[in-house]
Design a binder for this molecule. Structure first.
Ligand SMILES: Cc1ncc(COP(=O)(O)O)c(C=O)c1O
Length: 417
């Protein structure tokens, strides 16, 4: 059957490849198995409190309670909307639930890698919200605080959003929060990428700096099933988000919540070590790439404080060619993104290749392996060796790291502690 053959081909391809795609991770076998549980057969719709006494509602409700308790332990609040099926949808719920048509939402510019789902083209624009840019200091890779203060003085905003798809360093969250609150605006941190780092303590928790909501994907630095969450600081904000969730979502895949709860338990026990290693690996990879001769973004600030490493490949070759060369050597990456001149030298746009260390770290790689990855990328992109000559070195590395780490010890029962 063509379908099964295609699935098998995909499995084989994934097993062989080196995953440097910053938006991907590896679920543990324990979490993956829960996705296939009977919870996937026929979903319970709506909020758990509405399931009443229907057959088998109690254990399904218990799963949600475990997830909520673990969110509380990791993020400092149990007020979470778990039903969003992606980070984008979580942002949709958060932005629309807390604003009204005509309200103004400030977001990082798209050219600085704010995400399109919180832009005019995304949920806020579709809901007749006015979207404006936070003034941005491209060279510093962060908000221009004086500029933001000025904008908030001139134009009342109801919601200020921070968070990028290419985050290297934490923004000055407390400063932005103070400014926004003084101006009467609420705050959302779009942590699609950094949610797992926050859970493990390797990236600051925006809720602790006064943000009202933290959204995120549950499958990027958090190594869980595909999905999204809206974590709220107070119950009233959650009620607004969840009420909109009632309207936007009916069934939402309860087995996904079970797999997420399993992943959250992994983060409670292993998250600190895992996320520390992700960042250490990213720095080591950046150093390795720089030593090979790649221009790596953020060198003057230690390259990165997240899972991401950004390489400026403008003068190295065509972005499409880089993708083909890396794919030819079984390396999985995100396609390079256009880097606006304001993020580069101020004169020319270019291309940034984004690499991520979440998946390779999950499989046990440490700083010692990062120079080897840098060398492989140099052979492919700088020395233009034929990918078939490099794939052996990739296979050797992948074969040595085939087991998921930072998962639960055998016999651990998630949610018991
Ligand atoms: C900053 C940011 N927000 C939102 C999203 C959307 O998340 P998802 O892919 O889970 O829909 C992304 C995706 O990469 C992102 O980078």
């Amino acid at each position: 059957m063509a379908l099964l053959a295609a699935i098998s081909d995909y499995e084989v391809a994934l097993e062989r490849c080196l995953v440097l795609n910053a938006a991907r991770n590896v679920m543990s076998p324990g979490a993956r198995a829960l996705l296939g549980s009977r919870l996937a057969d026929g979903d319970l719709a709506g909020r758990p409190k509405e399931w009443g006494g229907q057959y088998a509602a109690a254990p399904a409700r218990a799963i949600e309670n475990v997830a909520r308790t673990l969110v509380d332990r990791l993020f400092g609040t149990p007020h979470v909307e778990l039903r969003a099926l992606s980070g984008s949808l979580a942002n949709g719920l958060a932005t629309i639930a807390t604003t009204r048509p005509g309200d103004v939402l400030l977001m990082p510019p798209l050219w600085a890698f704010g995400h399109i789902c919180v832009a005019r083209q995304g949920f806020p624009g579709s809901g007749a919200r006015t979207v404006a840019e936070i003034p941005w200091d491209g060279a510093a890779l962060g908000p221009d605080l004086d500029g933001l203060r000025g904008v908030l003085r001139q134009q009342p905003a109801q919601l200020v959003v921070l968070g990028l798809s290419r985050p290297l360093f934490p923004e000055p969250m407390a400063e932005v929060a103070t400014m926004a609150k003084d101006a009467g605006a609420r705050l959302l941190y779009d942590g699609a990428h950094v949610l797992g780092l926050i859970a493990g303590g390797a990236f600051p928790n925006p809720l602790a700096s006064g943000f009202d909501m933290l959204t995120g994907s549950t499958h990027k630095t958090l190594p869980g099933p595909t999905g999204g969450v809206v974590v709220c600081r107070d119950p009233d904000t959650l009620e607004a988000v969840a009420s909109l969730g009632d309207a936007w979502l009916s069934t939402y895949s309860n087995s996904r919540i079970a797999a997420l709860a399993y992943t959250l338990e992994e983060m409670v026990t292993e998250g600190h070590a895992y996320t520390r290693q992700i960042v250490d690996n990213a720095r080591a990879l950046a150093r390795g790439l720089a030593a090979e001769g790649f221009p790596v973004v953020g060198a003057h600030r230690g390259f990165t404080a997240t899972h991401q490493v950004l390489v400026d490949i403008t003068d190295i070759g065509q972005p499409g060619d880089a993708v083909r060369r890396l794919a030819g050597a079984t390396i999985l990456i995100n396609p390079p993104a256009r880097a606006d001149r304001r993020l580069r030298d101020g004169r020319h746009d270019g291309w940034w290749l984004r690499l991520g260390t979440s998946a390779v770290t999950r499989l046990g790689m440490k700083e010692d392996e990062m120079p080897a990855i840098g060398r492989i990328l140099a052979r492919l992109l700088l020395h233009r060796e034929d990918p078939s000559m490099v794939s052996g070195a990739v296979a050797e590395l992948v074969e040595a790291f085939g087991t998921v780490r930072y998962t639960l010890a055998a016999g651990t029962v998630p949610g018991r502690s």
